[in-house]
Design a protein around this ligand. Structure first.
Ligand code: SF4
Length: 224
């Protein structure tokens, strides 16, 4: 089935995820009194391109700074630093741009919307890599288990810090320390500001997203 097929032709849980016309404002069909998003927040069926590019640019920049932090931390031990840094970058890119579109996105509401575009645009990659799921089970499982997709995404943000610390202990440099600190700040900023303010309040999938629900209570796991 083509991912652009109208939602009304789909079956199962996914069908109920698609808001009816006129329900694309924040809160839409949520019970009265449970809305937590800022007043006036608007959901995007098709995220503005500049927002998608900005989020992906931030993500790629985050990964590159993380790789650079590892390389800088082991500048005196390149035989350790290069494999570690490259392995981190491969892990970060694959979990986001290959695993996520194949494992989680097929069950996401954005896969059911004609011409939809999610906050990170991964629904477009997913449409080329995997058929849509018959239900939202995969989407719901994204936060379950130690190796779930949300945990992998969180690790992709944080991993450079524990990987760089031993190198810093062996041969300290301010460059490596600064890059490592930038990674930590970026990770915290993404969890506490970017996701809460710029991503989740406008994402149609938030109504069924455990990560978004948890974030409304405390800073928690990342959205895509
Ligand atoms: S909102 Fe998240 S789960 Fe849905 S298509 Fe985009 S990246 Fe995938």
């Amino acid at each position: 089935m083509d991912s652009r097929q109208p939602a009304r032709e789909r079956s199962g849980v996914t069908l109920r995820l698609v808001p009816r016309a006129g329900q694309d404002s924040a809160g839409g069909d949520e019970p009265a009194g449970t809305r937590k998003e800022p007043a006036g927040a608007r959901s995007f069926r098709r995220y503005p391109l500049w927002r998608v590019l900005a989020l992906n640019g931030l993500t790629l920049g985050h990964y590159l700074v993380g790789g650079a932090a590892i390389l800088a931390a082991y500048r005196d031990y390149p035989i350790v630093g290069w494999p570690l840094g490259m392995a981190y970058l491969v892990f970060a890119m694959v979990q986001l741009y290959v695993l996520m579109p194949q494992v989680v996105c097929p069950g996401c509401v954005y896969r059911t919307i004609r011409d939809g575009r999610c906050p990170s645009g991964l629904n477009l990659i997913s449409a080329r890599l995997a058929p849509p799921a018959a239900s939202a089970v995969e989407f719901g499982q994204r936060t379950h288990g130690a190796l779930c997709q949300s945990s992998l995404c969180l690790w992709s943000w944080l991993l450079p810090v524990p990987l760089a610390l031993p190198g810093l202990a062996l041969s300290f440099s301010w460059t490596a320390a600064t890059l490592t600190a930038v990674v930590a700040v970026l990770a915290v900023a993404r969890m506490t500001v970017v996701a809460r303010v710029a991503v989740c309040p406008h994402c149609l999938a938030r109504r069924w997203c455990a990560a978004a629900s948890a974030r409304r209570a405390v800073p928690a796991r990342p959205a895509a």
